[in-house]
Design a protein around this ligand. Structure first.
Ligand SMILES: NC(=O)c1ccc[n+]([C@@H]2O[C@H](COP(=O)([O-])OP(=O)(O)OC[C@H]3O[C@@H](n4cnc5c(N)ncnc54)[C@H](O)[C@@H]3O)[C@@H](O)[C@H]2O)c1
Length: 269
């Protein structure tokens, strides 16, 4: 799709964590590709450039446009440079998707202080810092859409104690509500997507190691058992929700959340 056509025609979108820990549809990869399919020019950010190789190939296959950029989104100086580079490359920023994040297992006793700090940094501080540097560009033009990728772990128990992750993801939701209200009159919308138990490469490569001794099938069975729908979604489901929130179709939606969890959060048994 040319960047003059589609649901995001003419928009410039920063997507953080646009790579993936493995082959397949992670959230960040799927968001970058879906947005490019809908006409956005995507400034694709990852701390690991090679993790974005497949993402860029899929964007090209879709006839879309993306520029890769290496940045650790917990580093404020690097983020300031990232924002300047995006504006230099594409002239502006219309959409910011804060996708970087990931869990570390453990409650208050098991989780080390260092792991707690790094969970807050990667899942919550990254959102704050990206907004801090991107929002002035949006404020100056009087429009913008920010989509934060939170998690159902921010609102409920999801099968294992990951207290730093859960607290940080809850923080992301409330961050979005407060900033959404503060900037409602300035044309900047802020919303969250809460994916549930997806089947993404992160689950196969990281969670299976941490939660089931590397036994992917056992972990997938446990995750599926929590979901009313008879299958697990993947990054493309997160991407479709993010696409709606990022687009002008959601012009009256701010400070809100979309659950993408196959009905899991609506069930209480
Ligand atoms: N997979 C699931 O089931 C699930 C469920 C709920 C929420 N989520 C959320 O989805 C988001 C990520 O999903 P994904 O599938 O894209 O994950 P992923 O781990 O496959 O990919 C994330 C990318 O982020 C990059 N990254 C990590 N730390 C970074 C940093 N500090 N700076 C820049 N880049 C960094 C990695 O290199 C990787 O390429 C996270 O916020 C996660 O909490 C996932």
């Amino acid at each position: 799709m040319k960047h003059t056509e589609g649901r995001l025609a003419g928009k410039v979108a920063i997507v953080t964590g646009a790579g993936c820990v493995g082959p397949g549809w992670g959230n960040g990869r799927a968001i970058a590709v879906r947005f490019a399919q809908e006409g956005a020019r995507v400034f694709a950010v990852d701390k690991d450039l090679s993790a974005m190789d497949d993402t860029l190939a899929l964007v090209r296959e879709a006839g879309g446009e993306a520029a890769p950029y290496a940045c650790d989104v917990t580093d404020s100086k690097a983020i300031a440079k990232l924002v300047a580079a995006c504006v230099e490359t594409y002239g502006t920023i219309d959409i910011l998707v804060n996708n970087v994040g990931g869990p570390a297992r453990g409650g208050p006793i098991a989780l080390s202080e260092e792991d707690w700090d790094s969970q807050i940094d990667i899942n919550l501080k990254s959102v704050f810092l990206m907004c801090k540097y991107v929002m002035p560009v949006m404020e100056a033009k009087g429009s913008g859409s920010i989509v934060n990728i939170s998690s159902t772990s921010g609102i409920r128990w999801t099968g294992s104690a990951a207290v730093g992750y859960a607290a940080a993801k809850a923080g992301v939701i409330q961050f979005g509500r407060v900033v959404g209200v503060e900037y409602a009159s300035k044309g900047i919308r802020v919303n969250s997507v809460l994916p549930g138990q997806l089947h993404t490469p992160l689950v196969d490569m990281v969670l299976a190691r941490d939660q089931s001794g590397g036994d992917i099938q056992t972990l997938l069975k446990r995750r599926q058992a929590r979901i009313p729908m008879p299958f697990m979604g993947d990054g493309r489901d997160t991407a479709n929700a993010a696409l709606f929130l990022a687009s002008d179709e959601a012009r009256f939606v701010t400070g809100a959340e979309i659950l993408v969890d196959g009905g899991m959060s609506a069930r209480c048994d």
